[in-house]
Design a protein around this ligand. Sequence first.
Ligand code: PLP
Length: 370
Amino acid sequence: MKKIFVTEPSLPPLGEFIPYLEKIWESKWLTNAGPFHQQLEQELAAYLGVKHLALFTNATIALVTALQALRISGEVITTPYSFVATAHSLLWNGIKPVFVDIDPVTFNLDPKMIEAAITPQTTAIFPVHVYGTPCNVEEIERIADVYGLKVIYDAAHAFGVDYKGGSVLNYGDLSVLSFHATKVFNTFEGGAIICPDAKTKQRIDHLKNFGIADEVTVVAPGINGKMNEVQAAFGLLQLKHVDVVLERRAAIAARYRANLASVRGISVPAVADVDRLNNSYFPVFVEADYPMARDALYVYLQTKDIMSRRYFYPLISEFPMYRGLQSARRDNLPVAHHVAERVLCLPIFPDLPLEQVDRICDILRSAERA
Ligand SMILES: *Cc1c(COP(=O)(O)O)cnc(C)c1O
């Protein structure tokens, strides 16, 4: 049987992409804010319901640039429960990550733990909307206002998530999306910074193009973070299909929920209280009363050609470049460790047939007889 991966990129019919490529060949405009790049910035901002959006060649360069754009330095409060790129983007800026524990319900930075981690060196809070579940944005904003801190969201998982009547990407000073192949919306590789005003967007646009303002003016030591025309064209085509993608994901998540409700020892997180979800991941938790430990189940599923993933295990704070930090100590992060040791993300992607979802759930239900 064909292996089922935790995710599979959504690809529109190849034929639909050819006319875009023909246009690029005709114009010979391959990169540097070309027509598809400009069009995708506009269409994405309109689709997502955000004011300004700057495209990037990937989200990691966008995270590094977002920190530069706001001149963040010193110490930054962040979560250990994320993909390593979150904390790596701090190290690439010479910033010290300060890990704070997560909330056991949202798996996001726990606002109650933030204030105790603030020092005179703290300049920003750097949370992640894990699995597309919004952080406690109101409380984070309140703390940031009291202490004069910037807020940058790693919103790599939060494409299309609406919260309290608008995009969750409108919270904080900046938000960063990823369009990597494994994400809900992909441009093969890609990303974007969402920002509230034209002046900040201009600074970000300079920074992603070597700091070049015009032919003879370089205003900052920028990087090369530009999205090229092939990526942007692919994004425009993907955008035409994204509503169907989100509907398919919702149907798969609903099927998992219905099936797994009766499986003892497998707990499914509550549906987030939002206006629109993206079902970017389907995490479950392997509890103590399940007949197998989490890692045994992970291996057992592999023997059935089901490639689940332990997102996020190990915690970022466990990797060698972080584990020496005071804030990386296990006793500082009890909830994050507890969650990371039980989590298993099950396959979810638009082309996953519902019969396969049923089969995966049957395997979970019958694992005790394995
Ligand atoms: C995918 C991801 C990134 C990195 O995105 P790239 O586009 O691959 O650079 C950063 N943070 C989180 C939380 C992610 O899931």
